[in-house]
Design a protein around this ligand. Structure first.
Ligand code: AMP
Length: 284
């Protein structure tokens, strides 16, 4: 594995790499969810291709009162995980490598970004789009793998790639969960024990909604049920719980046989923002 901290070093690596390049962008503090993305990337790259992973805690996607300074940075463990998963290139630039001190150009997605996470965290997706666009320019991957865990992010990145004509295929990978259903996240380590005990109820609420959807329940009643279930989790503050069309993230008034629906939820529990989502099977 080559570790690069400069864009020049990545360019040099890229020029020598002939096969398909599959890229997994991350903020580090790698867990089994990231490892699953890397393994997917390995399979997509095939035996002649290469896997590139970036670790960069991107300041422009954090709001002023968010957890940028306390975001975990276990570099050695992250490097070890990348090495053991067969990563070819690890790119871990510092802030100055990515942002000039008078940096003044950004990429802004103006529709999907305004809802849900974007409404709660103004400017978040501008930061995400800008850094992902930069990383795409630097790595020049053929394919990039993103987790379904951040469903809205995946939708926004797909839109950016479509609208700005990046010649890159975006692959979404399913959410990796703890045995009790909690979606893995680098921030789960901040959950106090009592909040950690309650956290699986988020996935339970989503699975209950999926069962109701399969049984023929309507979107409005599913949303009510979800909000009620999430609201009953002791210590939890509901941020949002919505049933949306999976690509456009538009609210769904009525299910039809063509509808592809997802329940998107965010809950604050024990001081930690927890995101989750689930596909809803629609009764035919
Ligand atoms: P992050 O390091 O949190 O920015 O995440 C990097 C990538 O890993 C993103 O595409 C996330 O959606 C993905 N990811 C994070 N947690 C999970 C998980 N539990 N399952 C699948 N993908 C995940």
């Amino acid at each position: 594995m080559i570790t690069a901290v400069t864009t020049a070093a990545v360019s040099q690596w890229r020029r020598k790499t002939l096969g398909k390049v599959v890229f997994v962008p991350t903020m580090g503090a790698l867990h089994a969810g990231h490892a699953a993305l890397i393994r997917r990337a390995r399979r997509l790259a095939g035996k002649d291709g290469a896997v590139a992973v970036s670790i960069f805690v991107n300041p422009t996607q954090f709001g002023p009162n968010e957890d940028l300074s306390r975001y975990p940075r276990p570099l050695r463990a992250d490097e070890a995980l990348c090495r053991s998963e067969g990563v070819d290139l690890l790119f871990r630039p510092d802030i100055r490598e990515m942002y000039a001190s008078d940096f003044s150009v950004a990429v802004s997605e103006k529709s999907l970004s305004l809802r849900f996470e974007g409404a709660e965290r103004p400017g978040h997706f501008d930061g995400v789009c800008t850094v992902v666009a930069m990383l795409f320019q630097i790595i020049r991957p053929d394919i990039a793998v993103f987790g379904e865990k951040d469903w809205q992010q995946l939708a926004v990145v797909r839109r950016m790639v479509r609208d700005l004509k990046f010649p890159i295929r975006i692959v979404g990978h399913p959410i990796v969960r703890e045995e009790d259903g909690l979606a893995l996240s680098s921030r789960n380590r901040f959950l106090p024990p009592d909040a950690r005990m309650m956290a699986p109820r988020i996935f339970q609420a989503l699975t209950a909604a999926a069962m109701e959807a399969e049984g023929g329940a309507k979107p409005a009643s599913l949303e009510r049920q979800l909000r009620r279930d999430l609201g009953r989790i002791p210590g939890a503050t509901l941020s949002y719980a919505s049933i949306v069309e999976e690509t456009t993230l538009e609210p769904i008034g009525r299910f039809t046989s063509e509808t592809k629906a997802r329940a998107l939820v965010a809950v604050k529990l024990g001081g930690v923002r927890l995101l989750d989502n689930l596909a809803l099977p629609i009764a035919r």
